[in-house]
Design a binder for this molecule. Structure first.
Ligand SMILES: C[S@@+](CC[C@H](N)C(=O)[O-])C[C@H]1O[C@@H](n2cnc3c(N)ncnc32)[C@H](O)[C@@H]1O
Length: 255
């Protein structure tokens, strides 16, 4: 007789996507990102040693920075993403320390000269109060004169690319369908992943708040940081209505 088809499981964001994240993100050039981050350091007169990549995911950027001789660390709220990062770092023969931390609670971390939070990770904070709390937490774990570089994805990005999009792909042992849509200021990405070996079907829904630039600027104004730069994604021009992504460079006051 035929076995019963297994029921689809619902998983928390990134807990199962972790296994296929590097495949889904294989178009991302983390080497170029590290180049950009180094250009930001130079432009803002910082030569950091200790750098923390927040919401580091599977550790690709932290690993690239480590290869460039930074004392790079990573932190992420998802244990499964960190497990992939740890294994990847071990295989690369590198030494990166990883911390399981939520952006809104960075207690117990050492101090860093620079912190990063890239690739729309701040958009996972669903309220502006959470953004404000994360800013205070990052400020606390930076050394005097340290900088925080983060990005957000904009409504232009959601409307341009993810208003309604379905894409399908497959890799070694899995297939997935991603449905993206944008509604009421929230970007939804729903992943349906099928793992062949275990015959599992898993659904993960990701929600990201798409903030107006003015809301972020107001939160920054209330934060303990000084805003030193606001840039159109991966560049040094100011953002405009056409910007898909905006980078912010914040400074903690010197001692
Ligand atoms: C789009 S991925 C980006 C990962 C990595 N920065 C990269 O560029 O590949 C978003 C990451 O943010 C993490 N994340 C989401 N909300 C978080 C939170 N509140 N605190 C810490 N990490 C969070 C997720 O676990 C995930 O690893």
């Amino acid at each position: 007789m035929f076995g019963r088809k297994k029921e689809k499981q619902r998983a928390q964001p990134y807990t199962r996507l972790a296994e296929i994240y590097d495949h889904v993100m294989r178009h991302v050039d983390y080497v170029q990102w590290a180049d950009y981050i180094e250009a930001v350091f130079a432009r803002h007169n910082l030569a950091p040693s200790r750098v923390l990549d927040l919401a580091c995911g599977t550790g690709s950027l932290a690993l690239e920075l480590r290869k460039r001789h930074y004392r790079a660390s990573g932190a992420d709220g998802c244990r499964e993403m960190l497990n992939v990062a740890i294994e990847k770092t071990r295989k690369a023969g590198q030494n990166v320390e990883y911390f399981h931390r939520n952006l809104q609670d960075l207690s117990g971390l050492p101090r860093f000269e620079a912190a990063l939070c890239l690739y729309d990770s701040m958009n996972y904070l669903m309220t502006i109060e959470d953004v404000a709390l994360a800013l205070r937490e990052v400020h606390r774990i930076l050394l005097p004169n340290g900088i925080f570089v983060f990005d957000i994805c904009t409504e232009t990005n959601s409307l341009r690319y993810f208003r309604r999009l379905t894409d399908k792909d497959s890799g070694d042992g899995f297939t997935y369908v991603r449905e993206s849509f944008y509604r009421n200021g929230i970007q939804f990405n729903r992943f349906d992943i099928r793992f062949k070996q275990t015959d599992e079907s898993v659904e993960e829904e990701h929600r990201q708040r798409i903030y107006a630039l003015s809301d972020i600027l107001a939160a920054l104004d209330q934060s303990p940081f000084t805003l030193e730069g606001t840039y159109d994604g991966f560049g040094f021009c100011g953002p405009d209505r056409d910007s898909d992504r905006v980078h912010f460079v914040l400074r903690k006051a010197g001692a």
